[in-house]
Design a protein around this ligand. Sequence first.
Ligand code: CIR
Length: 262
Amino acid sequence: MRDSTRRGPEPRLALTREISTRLAECELTHLERRPIDLELARAQHRGYEEALRSFGLEVVRVDPAPEHPDSVFVEDTAVVLDEIAVLTRPGAASRRGEVEGVAQALDGRRPLARIEPPATLDGGDVLVVGRRVFVGRSERTDAHGIAQLAELAERHGYTTKAVQVKGCLHLKSAVTSLGERTLLANPDWVDTRELEGFEIVEIDPGEPAAANVLRLGQNVIVPAEHPRTASRLAARGVSIHPVPAGELAKAEGGVTCCSLIL
Ligand code: CIR
């Protein structure tokens, strides 16, 4: 499967953030708490940053926020469009203090807007494909957050649609993009009929968390822990790049969660 159309300019920059030494205290919703090897998590995170660089992205680390266990998951703190960046108000109160550092890193790179209280929205619930924006209705993102984001995005010509998420943390746990017309989805976690206009590739049913992949132009970073789904993608001609991501997966994070792509 080759899909040559892309949205906007080529991505040039990835914002990432160092893993907090308090990662073991992370929020968990759908997983049992298991010990996390911090050194291994850091090594995998460096490998992820290396993969981003290998695709020509400059990797800029946001100032660390060690007091916030989940701060490595920068995706949840902002929604970056070509025209603006929307700072979020994360659904988990423990995560709201992560936003300011990311705001500082985004300042000057995009005009900034904000999701205002009492609305909540996590960036992990926002899937942008071309001019379409799908927003997950989840335990973290409420109707007010969706409405505020829709209003901001629609000003810039995007069409938004709310999509129910079930059984997983965020919309992008359930579905991400493989191209401008193709999505990778776990049909148990999102009703794929709601994603009309797209071809749906399903994950291998034995790998429920495999739908979270990070597309960068023609290349797709996939978690190395889901080889059967990766084989499905490779068989379709997708240019896949497996990266080990198992330690942060124990904190309920995937490969989109650890960067903001500009
Ligand atoms: C949380 O529950 O907020 C973190 N432990 C995991 C966040 C993962 N972020 C994402 O999927 N965008």
